[in-house]
Design a protein around this ligand. Structure first.
Ligand code: SAJ
Length: 444
């Protein structure tokens, strides 16, 4: 009888706390997923404790300073001042938490295999301090099976039992950094519990802040939903990148072809070529599925091929630069190249996995002197490079043998850039509205 009562009271107590917003929510990892999530939970009245391993970031949060462009500091400061958000750099508060949401990075190793070290280490820390009546939910993108095969055993090593003492689910993050239309609050959220009790608790939790919660029958299904979403993008981006390589050989303008193709009012979706695929999602997440499929003796051809084509693009850009300079009678090793944009996508300052960094490396290896301008990236250290953004002056543009547009930031005056440049290689069709001096522009 006592077991039955405990079980019913565990879940009911937690559900009541979630419904009346008296629950304390823990968010492990206050990055581009965790911090917006923490703010949304605090805005509806939950007390949120962010567990952020970087003490500098934790300090910034506690002083109401946002380092994520999608979170405004004044909004964060208000919630911190109300005592609704605080950040710590340890796991001491775990026993106080009713819901613990894991939003840590899931990178790849050098040979494209999943690196779950952050997920495993935070789960270990939680397992040491967990208590009955808690919901643990993984939001990090990962291969199907991670929640049940990796997280669950670590948590149950504590002696507690899932579905009875604690509840476990996966709810993939769906954050499009810089997207002002779709936010953490209004983006449909998929939720999959490891069992019916966990499903009910997780669904109740997310319904407190997300307008539409979509439930699937397992954590594994929820994990696959997300990896499919990113694979869908990687494959379609690779398709238009491959078309770009073919159009280069056919001497056709791929941008004109695609623009015309996307006038079809049904059965197509716009994707555009680029200098490669950056960010911490699209170039990475599909390989989590590729790796897991191999365990089942299954080859995910589309993922492998898409990755191979997308990773080829920086090399194609270097090849195009070499041909352009050759046409000017200039050897790459004797030239000065100005790269405009190093962020992995427009109007953001994130340069992680950015193809622009690899393009700089390749051009420097070919002997070129390369400088960059990016209004969002003051300086960066990556791939053995340590560079700072140079002011985009007329002199800088005119003194460059070639300008390469690698990121199509909206704030750049492309008319002015082209009017001052000797020649521009535009890998993003950022100059599509430039009408004068078109002869100075080569598109990818
Ligand atoms: N890219 C292209 N051509 C395209 C679209 C994108 O070359 O047509 C490049 C971008 O320049 C960028 C990379 O691909 O380097 C990734 O672009 P992205 O638009 O997918 O942006 P992410 O990775 O910041 O965000 C994506 C989300 N984006 C969208 O859905 C639009 C979404 O896939 C995920 O919610 C998110 O990753 C994530 O966290 O998984």
């Amino acid at each position: 009888m006592s077991f039955l009562l405990t079980n019913v009271s565990n879940k009911q107590v937690l559900l009541d706390k979630l419904l009346n917003r008296t629950a304390t929510v823990g968010v492990v990892g206050l990055g581009y997923v965790g911090l917006p999530f923490a703010v949304e939970k605090a805005k509806v009245g939950f007390r949120v404790i962010g567990i952020e391993q970087n003490p500098l970031r934790a300090k910034q949060i506690n002083s109401g300073e946002s380092y994520i462009s999608d979170v405004k500091s004044e909004e964060l400061r208000k919630l911190v001042d109300q005592g609704l958000i605080q950040a710590v750099s340890n796991f001491r508060h775990v026993p106080l938490l009713d819901a613990i949401i894991i939003c840590v990075p899931t990178p790849l190793t050098k040979n494209l295999t999943p690196d779950l070290q952050y997920v495993e280490s935070v789960t270990q820390e939680i397992a040491k301090r967990m208590r009955p009546g808690q919901l643990i939910c993984l939001e990090s993108t990962t291969y199907p099976g991670t929640t049940e095969e990796i997280i669950l055993p670590i948590l149950e090593a504590s002696g507690f039992r899932v579905e009875e003492d604690f509840y476990l689910a996966h709810s993939p993050e769906r954050v499009d950094p810089g997207n002002m239309r779709y936010t953490t609050k209004n983006t449909n959220k998929v939720v999959g519990g490891v069992g019916p009790e966990s499903q009910q608790v997780a669904e109740t939790f997310y319904k407190q802040t997300v307008e539409h919660v979509i439930t699937v029958n397992s954590a594994k299904a929820a994990e696959l939903v997300k990896v499919f979403e990113n694979t869908f993008r990687a494959v379609n981006i690779a398709l238009v990148n491959e078309l770009t390589l073919l159009c280069d050989r056919m001497n056709l303008n791929v941008w004109e072809v695609l623009e015309a193709a996307f006038t079809k009012p049904f059965g197509i979706m716009p994707f555009f070529p680029g200098p490669g695929v950056g960010g911490h999602c699209i170039p990475i997440d599909p390989h989590y599925l590729e790796w897991k499929a191999k365990e089942l003796n299954f080859t995910t051809h589309f993922i492998s091929l898409a990755g191979e084509i997308n990773r080829r693009m920086p090399w194609f850009v270097r090849d195009k630069v070499t041909r352009l300079l050759n046409g000017m009678g200039k050897a790459v090793s004797q030239t000065k190249i100005l790269l405009v944009g190093v962020a992995y996508k427009k109007d953001l300052g994130d340069h992680r996995e950015s193809p622009a960094v690899e393009i700089i490396q390749l051009l420097k290896e070919a002997g070129a002197s390369v400088i960059y301008h990016d209004p969002y990236v003051e300086s960066f250290e990556a791939g053995g490079l340590s560079l700072s953004s140079q002011p985009l002056t007329d002199e800088l543009i005119m003194s460059s043998d070639l300008v390469v547009i690698a990121t199509d930031h909206s704030s750049i005056d492309y008319n002015l850039l082209v009017s001052k440049a000797g020649h521009v290689l535009d890998t993003r069709n950022a100059t599509r509205n430039v009408s004068e001096n078109r002869e100075r522009i080569t598109l990818l």
